[in-house]
Structures are given as structure tokens and as C-alpha cells.
Design a protein around this ligand. Structure first.
Ligand SMILES: [Zn+2]
Length: 302
């Protein structure tokens, strides 16, 4: 399945590599059977790091056959690809080797299968590590459904991995200038589009409007969804939007945002080319794609 690129192009981590086969996960011996099959592909993952190799503009994970001792690890079933079962072994952080790749550093260069594998294993690993006890009674829970849930042995309740929605938005003024801002923790010259978590009881558009108003005092209209991206640091789903404002007057809050600027395309290019700004977001992130779309005139053309 291909990602819909009509609005936002080349967003990393949005092509499906696996047939996830959720229907198989409840099978009691799915993991045992897969580990007994030498055709199965296994990927060790420790706190988001996995073995692999990187070159200039490409990277690949190093999958292996099942090995002695894998049965004792926390395995998750990622799905089927190329006729084979693919598993991730969730290892403690101390088991990562110096040379291993991470999604954040290398994710932009992985193919669809490797990118989805590392994003999924990173997200599931973060969730398992942080949700070891039952939220109802506090008893230690155990992994179930081939690593996709945890179950409480005391009350039988089942708990599912969480994904936290966050909105990220390209805000444009009447002159088609883009709003860029710097968080107080970021170094000088690093600016990007605004983003924030969706709060309980909010729609996505409500979250976009609230975040923009809270952070820079700007009122938005015409909030449009453009695309999204899994962002398992530790458990986000980034939902990309474009929004317009009629009044570009900025009231920077100084707490969540240190500085904010409206820039024309020429001003932005000059800032990047002169080295004054580092560019918005990493090559992995949807923020970079939102900025590139605006630079290409995509926003004006819509
Ligand atoms: Zn419980």
C-alpha cells in the first residue's frame, strides 16, 4: 500500500512493509512456531537501536535467523513479508552495540520494511518498558498476543499499546509567509513549525487552533489535514496540518516558545544558505516535509 502523496510528499515511515496479520497474534504458539522455523527473520532491538549498516544515503537492518536463546527473550510478531514471519526481540538498553542504528538517526534512509520494523519495535519496546504494571490493581502484567498487549494475571484485564496524537502545523499569513519558532531548549538557529499534543476532549483542528494561539497568540482558520507519521519517541503519532491566519501579529509566550518569525521563501532560503539557521526538523521528520511543501509553493497552489 502506498501513502497518499497528493498533499505531502515522501514522508518517511509511511509506506507499509508488512502484512501485520493481526489475526494470527492471538495464537498461543505463534512466537514459538516462528522461532522454530529457520526461514523466520529476527531483528534484535534494544531501546530503539538495532544492528545494521549505513552508507551515504542508505541504511539497512541486519535481520538474522532464529538462534539458541531467542525463546527466552521478549519477542514481538511484526508480521509477514516476502513469505516469511518477521519478529523483533525487545532487549534491554545495555544489549545494544555501539555500531547499531537508531530510527532517529538512520530512519530516513531505511526502506519501507526496515523503517516500519524499527518504528514498530521502538514504539512497542517503549510501551512495554513503561507499562509493566496493571493500571487497575498494580500487579505486574505479562506480554500477550505475540507482544501486542499485556495481561494482568490478577484481574484478567488486557492492556493495549498507546499512541499519543500530536499535531504539527505549517501556519501561513496573508502574504504566504511561514511561521517558524524555536523552543527554549533548542540551540540558536534551530527553528521549525509549531507542534503540540492533542488534549483529552479535543478534535485535531481544535488542538491546532489552541496550540497556535497559546504559543504565539495567533488565531487560525482553514485548518487542513495534510498527512501523518509515526513518531515513537516515545509514543507519538504526528498529524500534519496547514492553517491560515488573517492577523500575523505575534505574542510569543516565552515559555513554550523562545522566538518566532514569519518568513518569506526567499528569506528562509537565505537563512539556510548563509548558515544562520539550521533548517527545520531532521530529514526523518514530517516537519521537514511541511516546510519543503511550502518552499515548493504547494500551499499557495492549493
Ligand atoms: Zn490488574
Amino acid at each position: 500500500m502506498a501513502y497518499d502523496e497528493s498533499l505531502l510528499r515522501n514522508v518517511p515511515l509511511t509506506s507499509a512493509g508488512f502484512d501485520r496479520r493481526a489475526d494470527l497474534r492471538a495464537g498461543e504458539d505463534l512466537l514459538t512456531q516462528a522461532l522454530a522455523d529457520p526461514a523466520t527473520r529476527v531483528l534484535p532491538v534494544a531501546h530503539g537501536f538495532a544492528p545494521g549498516h549505513r552508507e551515504a544515503l542508505s541504511a539497512g537492518l541486519e535481520w538474522r535467523s532464529p538462534a539458541a536463546g531467542d525463546e527466552g527473550e521478549s519477542a514481538v510478531y511484526l508480521g509477514q513479508a516476502n513469505g516469511r514471519a518477521h519478529l523483533a526481540l525487545l532487549l534491554p538498553p545495555s544489549r545494544a552495540a555501539e555500531s547499531w542504528l537508531s530510527l532517529r538517526t538512520d530512519g530516513a534512509w531505511l526502506d519501507a520494511l526496515d523503517g516500519e520494523a524499527l518504528a514498530t519495535a521502538t514504539a512497542l519496546g517503549n510501551w512495554h518498558a513503561a507499562h509493566r504494571h496493571c493500571p487497575r490493581c498494580g500487579t505486574q502484567t505479562t506480554p500477550a498476543n505475540a507482544g501486542w498487549t499485556r495481561r494482568c494475571p490478577a484481574d484478567g484485564s488486557e492492556h493495549f499499546p498507546r499512541t499519543d496524537p500530536a499535531v504539527i502545523m505549517a501556519v501561513l499569513d496573508p502574504d504566504d509567509r511561514l511561521l517558524l519558532a524555536r523552543h527554549p531548549s533548542w540551540p540558536a538557529g534551530r527553528l521549525s513549525v509549531l507542534a503540540g499534543f492533542v488534549e483529552p476532549g479535543e478534535s485535531l483542528a481544535m488542538a491546532v487552533a489552541r496550540e497556535v494561539h497559546e504559543e504565539v497568540g495567533v488565531v487560525c482558520r482553514d485548518i487542513r489535514y495534510l498527512g501523518d507519521q509515526p513518531w515513537p519517541f516515545p509514543a507519538s503519532l504526528m498529524l500534519g496540518f496547514e492553517a491560515r491566519t488573517d492577523d500575523p501579529t505575534l505574542h510569543v509566550d516565552g515559555t513554550e516558545i523562545a522566538e518566532a518569525h514569519w518568513v518569506t521563501r526567499a528569506e528562509y532560503r537565505h537563512k539556510i544558505e548563509s548558515g544562520a539557521w539550521a533548517g527545520g526538523g531532521t530529514s526523518l521528520s514530517i516537519s521537514r516535509r511541511l516546510i519543503l511543501r511550502w518552499l515548493d509553493g504547494g500551499a499557495a497552489a492549493m
